[in-house]
Ligand binder design. Sequence first.
Ligand code: HSE
Length: 455
Amino acid sequence: MTDRGPGAPVRVALLGCGTVGSEIVRLLTDQADDLAARVGAPVELVGVAVRRPHRHPDLPEGLVTTDAEGLVGSPDVDIVIEVIGGIEPARTLLLEALKGGKSVVTANKALLAEDGAALAEAADSSGADLYYEASVAGAIPLLRPLRESLVGDRITRVAGIVNGTTNFILSAMAASGAGYADALEEATRLGYAEADPSADVDGYDAASKAAILASLAFHTRVTAADVHCEGIRAVSAADIAAADGLDCTIKLLAICERLESGDGEPESVSARVYPAMIPKSHPLASVDGAFNAVFVEAEAAGQLMFYGQGAGGAPTASAVLGDLVAAARNIVIGGRGPRESTYASLPVRPIGAVSTRYHVSLEVADRAGVLAAVASAFAEHDVSIAAVRQYGGGRNGGAGGSGAVRLVVVTHAAPDSALATTVEALGDLDAVRGVESVLRVEDLGRSVSALGVTG
Ligand code: HSE
């Protein structure tokens, strides 16, 4: 970075100009005077790197280039904003920028979750800033509260809905009784789901965000590879109805928890993404459609909820602009933003050793002794049953009966590995015709009431 004269503009390069990038350009232009007043110097867009210039006829003349490397390396750039997404070329470009002392503002959750350490080290080595509020939950101010406002507290859990596409699909299934495929089709038709929805519906997008959240909340480096990830493809209309019967709803949750030591495990963190039943009384249960919401629990602050638009051009650009102003102010006053903090270096607990409760739905023979056999399978694997309900049956009961009934078992908290072996054992029982579904029940501090399941 060059020595700055008083009032010298802060010069900004933009990498990528899709839905988010074009909103950034609009805001930089429309709000130029306000931004200058807030930063203490004009904020000047000096270049926009795109792959296909002909698609951007509205961009100010002379700004567009296909030479992203040249733009990033230019001595006339102070801050690089990246909204290209994906790992490469974004990683190479941002490392180049940071090593050259240019501050970086990025929305790139996949890159941060895979290789955030390299970016943070490059920023540290040159003294540049690295801001990434837009990478998780779009417009919702969440990372700054975790990184700055709550840095004096001890965060115990961050659990949230951080993927709008899947929340739209699950909300549609709950509202209409539709199956997964029909709800996905509707989400695609309305533009909520992409043509290839895998990153969203298989949970990878949420897993990247969970890695970023866990790293900030627990001062520990957590990468996407550390996050246990299951998507929503297997959630059925029957699962949604079963949740409703328990006064629950199913949400794709990103859960980051601080786990105390015990049972041979050290104090650790857990970061996981999966669809789970949550009580309708929990504030996250009423977050519908494409909205995001994140529930944060900290020892002194108690419970906090962050809610808003987690995607889209303008909402994401809002978060980027907030970071841009922070980075620009630091340049003007000669300061630096917060560094990455990973001093705690807690281990990540493997999913097998993480305990939750489960809702297990079985099709079983309708005859005497079946319930005892099923209960034994749970007992043998040390999984404690909280409630059992049987649906249908009776007509073919007794020895030799040929009918089938549905049995729902809700467990107390048990390690994932114990539940997995229980399910295997259930599948081997003669009386069990099929394990129809296994869903986690995350009460998140509230009781799941309909079956009297309270602790
Ligand atoms: N595809 C994401 C979602 C938004 O559906 O919420 C970007 O992370």
